[in-house]
Ligand binder design. Structure first.
Ligand code: SF4
Length: 365
């Protein structure tokens, strides 16, 4: 084992210790109760770049609405994006549906079983393919994500923070992970290594005293982890315009939303609050301020309440606008910031409302 550079007994020991620890300590997560490749696929896509706590609720709702690959393939894109709202990185939802459509039309709705075939599908990369194939079908293929990379580098004493990082390190880690992989339980082993990285072997302050692999680890917490890139800051100001709607009922209010043009590279087609002409907001009109992080940018956001008659004078039009019933807005493809603002303003109904791209006959602004 040139890559691992460990005695075979050590490898056997490492597998056994890790799997035993995983059996005792794994978190009870909804996707771990299923071996359905489609459900595993959805969870793995959601978990990329989104925290587990956020994914748990969205995952359940998503699978309730789209219990099968076929139902996802047939859904309007705006409905899919609506259920993705809050998870961020909406391109993942589009690619997920694109692949579902492809499988529905080319493979009778059956996801391929092997990692190699899964990688042929649009939007499925090495990580997702390996996760589905190993967990759902027991294929002996290692999963490598950021957690696995960190654990592997610490175990081996490889410098992940130096100049040799990036693709070279990733390649070494893939080789190592495949050599360490337990051939009898590849799915569990993959999940165990990721779980160790997500819990004990965290980026900062690894809990080496509790780690099942401490005796086999070559660094035990004295390892450099690449520092995070610095966040940029931006200020933005948005209009919250709410009016009484035309439909009778208790919650018949409408909010003014604007759709981001399809030509936008970030969140095309999503609905958001219109932008203000002036970033300075008079104190008496300031509804709320909040911070919202997207990728490497912290947005410091000021929200101004705007009366219907002032909308034209105070806002800049950047896309198609509609007054949308708040009951319908909750199921729409809202940007994360817009959902956060409407939530904090207690404008969205608590119970989920069945779908909803805005209806064609709703008033334009
Ligand atoms: S001993 Fe510490 S650094 Fe090594 S794998 Fe365990 S938690 Fe990570």
């Amino acid at each position: 084992m040139a890559m691992v550079n460990r005695e075979p007994e050590e490898v056997v020991q490492l597998r056994a210790r890790l799997l035993e620890w995983y059996e005792r300590n794994q978190r009870d997560l909804p996707w771990r109760r299923s071996r359905d490749p489609y459900a595993i696929w959805v969870s793995e896509v959601m978990l990329q770049q989104t925290r587990v706590a956020v994914v748990i609720e969205r995952y359940k709702e998503f699978l309730e609405r789209f219990p099968t690959l076929g139902s996802l393939a047939l859904a309007p894109e705006q409905v899919v994006l609506g259920l993705w709202s809050g998870l961020g990185y909406y391109r993942r939802a589009r690619m997920l549906q694109k692949a579902a459509k492809f499988v529905a039309s080319h493979a009778q709705g059956n996801l391929p079983a092997s990692a190699a075939e899964l990688r042929e599908l649009p939007g499925i990369g090495a990580y997702t393919a390996a996760a589905i194939a190993s967990i759902a079908h027991g294929e002996r293929v290692a999963v490598v994500d950021g957690n696995v990379e960190r654990v592997a580098c610490r175990l081996q004493g490889w410098d992940a923070a130096g100049r040799t990082g990036g693709a070279a390190i990733r390649h070494k880690v893939e080789g190592l992970a495949n050599e360490l992989l337990d051939p009898g339980r590849p799915g569990d082993f993959n999940q165990a290594l990721m779980e160790l990285g997500a819990t004990l072997c965290a980026p900062r302050n690894p809990q080496c005293l509790m780690c099942p692999l401490a005796a086999l680890c070559r660094t035990r917490g004295e390892h450099k982890t690449p520092t995070r890139p610095r966040m940029l800051s931006k200020e933005v100001a948005r209009a919250l315009a709410v009016r009484t709607g035309r439909l009778p009922g208790l919650n018949n209010r409408e909010v003014l939303l604007e759709q981001r043009p399809e030509t936008q590279t970030v969140m095309p087609g999503m609905w958001e609050l219109p932008g203000l002409r002036e970033s300075r907001v008079p104190e008496q009109d300031l509804c709320m301020t909040l911070r919202h992080a997207i990728m490497q940018v912290n947005y410091y956001v000021r929200i101004r309440t705007v009366a219907e008659e002032d909308v034209e004078a105070l806002t800049v039009t950047a896309g198609e606008r509609r007054w949308v019933s708040l009951n319908l807005a909750t199921g729409m493809a809202l940007t994360g910031l817009t959902r956060k603002v409407l939530d904090r303003a207690h404008l969205l109904p608590k119970a989920p409302v069945e779908i909803t791209p805005p209806l064609p006959d709703e008033n334009d602004a």
